[in-house]
Design a protein around this ligand. Structure first.
Ligand SMILES: [Zn+2]
Length: 477
């Protein structure tokens, strides 16, 4: 009787779209198929071919730039070529920022050019350039504590050096110096903002671009990143203890609004077409490279995983939805638009995560799911363990970059952490090109995405997605 009541309760909760309290399990036949998908993916070069196609035929894909429409056309055509059942787009509107030219030089005491790159949402300098004295800070904290009188009218430079790490955690502070540092410098009256690139390479004169925290063009100042060797050079010059004057000539800025789109491909579920496993990457890239590791690889991993599932003798029980997000780089515009549009349907999202950390091997999995789905996550972990993925049961899952926004709305999410040891040598630089991708490492990613997506699609029960379900997680890692 008690059992019957619970079953009825679970059924009515499911029918009302609220996460069920019943234990979620993955049938043995689905586990077996997932193992086959995993092993097949290791010998499948679809993801590498897709990344090569995108980076060769389209190349750089700055959001709203000359290649934006070509990238979307490419994604629609590629989904169709791979045999996806349904392909569509959802509009995303955002400010259009343009990079036109960028030059810098030390004027005094030792005149010489510097290599740098303007940052997203940077303002341009006045016509003819901007010449001012440099004031240096070692850390973001030091800049925060600085007296505005010491900054007003000067070029603020922050010399924070990002540390290399397998999990890429050094980027937390590296990107904070870029996004927040620029805003703090502007608020304290700086004429312009410079930082040491948020990157771990030292032997290349390649600057790492990326977005700033400027959102109101009226409050933006010129902001740029020096290459690591140029930052070293500037610091040596500053160490002489004489006033150092720089000239910056940046031609860039927000020129209006642009409407792009998230491009979506689906393998339609056989039993529950309205319930989806959401995976993806972001279609846009920064402009200096060809966006191979950031994030052609992520789009390709998800597309190839969906294609492997599509090639099974029959469609999965639930829909596999692959999303190629618009404009992640300038502040998760595609991810935020997606979450706003689909927040009310969050309970229909079985499980999701996005690939946006390069093409290195996945070495760790963590999950944010309801307690009754922990066993099913354990089943997924056992299938992924032979390809080198360790399950960290004590860590939440963030859903990746854009899908962190759906996770914040209540979508059950995984984090599939890639090896980022080398990622920040190339990230956001001209060196983000196809040759940085190891096809075997990329294939391992596809194995993980195909296996987990299929198991989630076949599960008996859900993973706990519901409005606000994981509010305690924050917005992910
Ligand atoms: Zn990215």
């Amino acid at each position: 009787m008690r059992r019957l009541t619970l079953t009825l309760l679970a059924a009515s909760l499911l029918a009302s779209g609220i996460a069920s309290a019943a234990t979620t399990t993955i049938p043995a036949t689905a586990v077996k198929t997932a193992e086959l998908l995993r092993d097949k993916a290791l010998h499948d070069d679809t993801a590498y071919k897709v990344t090569a196609s995108l980076t060769t035929e389209v190349g750089a894909r700055l959001a709203g730039g000359p290649n934006d429409q070509r990238a979307r056309d490419w994604a629609v055509a590629k989904f169709k070529e791979l045999g996806y059942d349904k392909v569509y787009t959802e509009a995303v509107t955002y400010p259009l920022w343009e990079r036109r030219s960028e030059h810098a030089a030390i004027v005094a005491p030792f005149p010489q050019p510097l290599t740098l790159t303007a940052l997203g949402y940077s303002a341009g300098t006045p016509k003819g350039g901007l010449t001012a004295e440099v004031v240096k800070f070692d850390t973001l904290e030091a800049l925060k504590a600085a007296d505005p009188a010491s900054i007003k009218g000067k070029i603020v430079y922050v010399g924070y050096r990002m540390e290399r790490a397998k999990d890429g955690h050094g980027y937390g502070m590296g990107s904070a110096v870029r996004t927040m540092g620029a805003v703090i410098a502007q608020a304290k009256g700086a004429a312009a903002y410079l930082l040491r690139s948020a990157g771990t390479d030292a032997h290349q004169r390649a600057a790492h671009t990326g977005v700033t925290g400027f959102r109101d063009p009226a409050k933006a100042i010129p902001a740029a990143a020096l290459t690591n060797p140029d930052a070293d050079q500037l610091e040596r010059v500053l160490a002489y203890g004489k006033p150092v004057t720089l000239k910056l000539d940046l031609d860039c800025g927000v020129v209006g609004e642009y409407t792009g789109a998230n491009v979506i491909g689906e393998i339609t579920g056989r039993k529950h077409p309205d319930q989806v496993v959401a995976i993806g990457g972001h279609l846009d890239s920064w402009d200096p490279g060809t966006g191979a590791i950031d994030d052609g690889a992520g789009v390709a991993i998800a597309m190839a995983a969906g294609k492997l599932i599509r090639d099974l003798p029959q469609r999965p029980d639930r829909t596999i939805r692959v999303i190629a997000f618009a404009n992640e780089e300038m502040g998760l515009w595609g991810g935020r638009a997606y979450a706003e549009k689909h927040a009310a349907d969050v309970a229909k999202f079985q499980l999701g995560t996005e690939s946006d950390f390069g093409a290195g091997r996945i070495w760790r999995m963590s999950a944010s799911v309801k307690p009754e789905a922990r066993g099913a996550i354990g089943q997924i972990a056992r299938v992924l363990e032979p390809v080198g993925v360790a399950y960290d049961a004590g860590k939440p899952g963030g859903g990746g970059s854009d899908l962190s926004q759906m996770h914040a709305k209540g979508m059950a999410a995984l984090s599939l952490t890639q090896d980022g040891t080398k990622y920040f040598d190339w990230h956001h630089t001209p060196n983000d090109t196809l040759d940085k991708i190891d096809p075997a490492e990329l294939a391992q990613n596809v194995a993980v995405y195909a296996a987990f997506s299929y198991m989630a699609a076949q599960a008996n029960g859900d993973f706990g997605s519901a409005p606000g379900a994981f509010a305690k997680d924050g917005a992910g890692e």
